[in-house]
Design a protein around this ligand. Structure first.
Ligand SMILES: CC(C)(COP(=O)(O)OP(=O)(O)OC[C@H]1O[C@@H](n2cnc3c(N)ncnc32)[C@H](O)[C@@H]1OP(=O)(O)O)[C@@H](O)C(=O)NCCC(=O)NCCS
Length: 132
């Protein structure tokens, strides 16, 4: 688990949560966070392969704290492994409670594996970018 807020790291994505992102209980819908985790991992993976990539796997995601409307949510990424055709990225999610002191709450984290693909969606070596 990510135990400390990474004060000096630059997040791949930082977003204020709006009422449109809520579930029926009024907190933020988990699917919105999952979607942003996927996007943050893709942004990190593109540093190594600035071409077509697809998500092949996202490991178990445990939500440890709710995200609320108005929270500033940060998605911090780190490349964990570069394989032949795959890139595995760690994503840590933190919410800053902007309406209540500004403390940082650890929300969740995930390991996401992306695969570099060609135009026919077949795996290709990471870094083998054809410029058009
Ligand atoms: C991603 C995809 C192209 C991989 O095709 P594949 O025939 O399984 O390819 P391979 O078996 O050669 O595996 C390719 C790489 O992915 C890795 N991989 C495959 N399945 C994996 C899994 N479940 N978890 C982690 N890595 C995986 C392999 O280890 C390999 O990595 P490496 O080359 O770095 O060693 C294919 O599974 C696919 O098109 N999936 C759908 C992707 C998609 O549409 N995502 C969005 C969903 S809405």
């Amino acid at each position: 688990m990510t135990s400390q807020y990474p004060e000096h790291a630059v997040p791949a994505i930082r977003q204020v949560m709006m009422p449109r992102d809520t579930n029926a209980l009024g907190t933020i819908f988990g699917g919105v966070i999952l979607s942003q985790i996927d996007l943050a991992a893709a942004i990190e993976a593109h540093k190594h392969h600035p071409s077509k990539i697809v998500t092949v796997s996202m490991d178990k995601v445990d939500f440890k704290a709710p995200v609320r409307v108005g929270d500033l949510v940060s998605f911090f990424t780190e490349t964990h492994r570069i394989g032949r055709t795959s890139i595995t990225v760690h994503v840590a999610v933190w919410a800053q409670r902007r309406f209540g002191g500004g403390e940082h709450a650890y929300v969740t984290e995930a390991e996401v594996t992306m695969v570099a693909v060609d135009d026919d969606f077949h795996p290709v070596p990471v870094g083998s970018v054809q410029r058009s």
